[in-house]
Design a protein around this ligand. Sequence first.
Ligand SMILES: [Zn+2]
Length: 495
Amino acid sequence: MDFDILINNGTVVDGTGEQGYLANVGIKYGKIEAIGELANATAAQEIDASNMVVCPGFIDAHTHCHNNVNDDIMHEDNLVRQGITTVVSGNCGSSGWPFGEHLDKVDRLGMKQNYAMLIGHNTIRRKLLGDEQAQFLDPWQLKDLQKLVVQGMEEGAFGVTAGYMSDYAINDELFAFAQPAAERGGLYASHIRSEGKHLLQAIAEIIELAQDADIRIQISHLKTMNPPNWNKLDAVFGLMEGALDRGLSVRADRYTYCAWAGGSTNALPRVAYQIKQERGSWENLHDPDVEEVIYEELDKMWAERGGPETLLLCSMGEPRPEVENKTPAQLAEQWDCDLLEVGVRLEEMGKISAIGMAMSEDNIKRILAHPLVCVGSDSHQEADKTVFTHPRSYGTFPRMLARYCREEQVVTLPQAVNKMSGMTAEHFGISDRGLLQDGLVADVVVFDPATVQDTATFSEPHQYPKGIPHVIVNGKFAVKDGHTTPENHGHALRK
Ligand SMILES: [Zn+2]
């Protein structure tokens, strides 16, 4: 036998962004052995890929799968069914730790797809300080923080991740945190300080860090959150392109949906929850000393989001027809009460979640089309098929191919594939994958460009996509003929 697997008659789209071409692909010993006519070649297994695209396995630039590994959720297939053959995990400032042990666990138990990880700033800060989260680290503590980064890098990290929602994470500390990664060729990914009101400052801040620490940067889940900020996208691109012109290496990732979904109602301002907790009851929100503040914060919250029409409610538990698929604005009318009362009633019902229409569809298209943006699902492996989740866990990558490439044509097919493989591999420094080329590891997807389709929705998120019959991970079938195989061929990747 010449090959273990031979993929015949497909259009090879190699992940570089170049046009596809007709060729056969031979896989042997886990590697791409040959691409070409391969006349008379024999193989243990052959697939016919007529009318199909054969491309490198997709790399998901942004996942939270480290939580899965911590929770022993190892073998779910909602990511690999999208064609994802490698996930980048450890994001928004948190990761597994100790780093090496975490990766060893992935190797020991296996996963459906390969697994790369970044070192989480909050994770090692907590490791260092315990629960006493000092606002500033002294010089010795900064050195200790750097030692942990060195340790993680030596144990195989592709870089570091910050998610600095807290005030204490000031730039000096993040610079110290980034430095050992920069020296070892790692990248710096961040959930930036603001995605809405202070978006431009946050972008400027991470670019400054790229320059000062001389490190490649990844802006995680780039968005212009809430309508008053939708017009900032030109300025965001301007900052990123300017950085590129100055020789900095800057990229962003994005999921293919314009709504966020949270595990709570999101219909009350934060201060309302604080007061409820302090005083023990929702009724106390009307105490004369706090009522005014609550209404003020509530008004501010809805104004920032573009009004109470922008939130769609759904039930995480039993069906709740009286609130499902309704907005707080509609409920206020239906119940003849104000928005504070709506928020409180939803809280009292419990198990109500919400989808926020906070992002603009036009901006999503422009973000996904931008040459500095790759695709990241911001999701994880789904273990419990009965709980509410964001459809991006099942549909991010096929939706790029179906909606944004085939239907809306905001990117060409070779561009879409590049944004889901080659671009990501290059920026993250995953050097043995991401392209369909001789000698690289055989992570391969076979999909039908005419029928590939995400089917997960906000009301029924646990749905596999269609039109992706074969996914090969490390030279073996992870999905064959549209069915997940029982083995777990994915392992940890170490830089
Ligand atoms: Zn994040």
